[in-house]
Design a protein around this ligand. Structure first.
Ligand code: GLN
Length: 245
């Protein structure tokens, strides 16, 4: 078995060590003897690279970077991404990358970024940023576990019909600080506001994502258990601290 991972826009969308998620995906496959290749697709890269990807990762970026990639995005990469998502390719998208999968982002300064419309959601920039460690519980279709994360965004995301939240906020803001939803699930897309080492801190979610990609490619795929004692302890300690607030 082997997964081809495409890291989209590593040159502009990579805040707070989002790249660490790629390392985590890679290691958890290698530890199980599953092959993995990672291809970076920066601005100006070959759109064809998206074809053949089993898992696409998109990190976060500030408004500036999101605006800077728009020309490149709309030179065919938008259609390729939409096609991949319709085809069931697994996608993990963080914050600015997550917003980019939606219909549009209207920044607090009034700049409108038309995005790719693969997911029926939109984002509106607010005056106050939503910053901090936070905690949410994934829906059953995403494993049902709790996720400890870090968020920093001014955008408020609102989900339209046909899109489910990734989870429910237990502490912090999530999609918009109003409706208690966090992130989005649509087909095999996982969108979240959780930055940085999302997957190392939340190995259960990492395996749900890997399993989703493997199942599409190979049918039912069993992942052998790993020794996650240290990760689980770190996760539980952080969850307890957040719940005590
Ligand atoms: N620019 C977006 C916002 O502030 C995304 C930020 C991010 O990716 N951290 O909402």
């Amino acid at each position: 078995m082997e997964l081809n991972i495409c890291h989209l826009y590593p040159d502009v969308l990579n805040l707070y060590g989002d790249r660490g998620n790629i390392l985590c995906l890679r290691r958890r496959l290698e530890w199980r003897g599953i092959g993995v290749s990672v291809t970076e697709l920066p601005i100006g890269g070959e759109t064809a690279t998206l074809t053949g990807a089993d898992l696409i990762f998109i990190g976060g970026g500030q408004d500036f970077e999101q605006e800077a990639l728009l020309d490149d995005l709309h030179r065919g990469r938008d259609a390729a991404l939409r096609a991949a998502i319709e085809d069931g390719v697994t996608v993990l998208a963080i914050c600015g990358g997550y917003q980019m999968l939606g219909n549009y982002y209207e920044t607090h300064d009034g700049v409108r970024c038309d995005f790719i419309g693969a997911l029926n959601l939109h984002t509106v920039g607010g005056k106050d940023r939503m910053i901090g460690n936070y905690l949410f519980r994934c829906g059953a279709e995403s494993g049902g576990g709790t996720v400890v994360g870090f968020e920093n965004h001014s955008g408020r995301t609102y989900l339209g019909t046909g899109v489910q939240p990734l989870g429910t906020v237990l502490r912090g803001f999530g999609n918009n600080g109003e409706d208690g939803t966090e992130g989005a699930r649509f087909r095999n897309v996982f969108g979240t506001y959780s930055h940085g080492p999302l997957l190392p801190k939340n190995p259960v979610l990492c395996d749900v994502i890997l399993q989703t990609a493997l199942a599409r490619k190979y049918g039912a795929a069993e992942l052998s258990p790993l020794d996650d004692a240290a990760e689980a302890e770190a996760h539980d300690e952080m969850a307890a601290r957040l719940l005590a607030k």
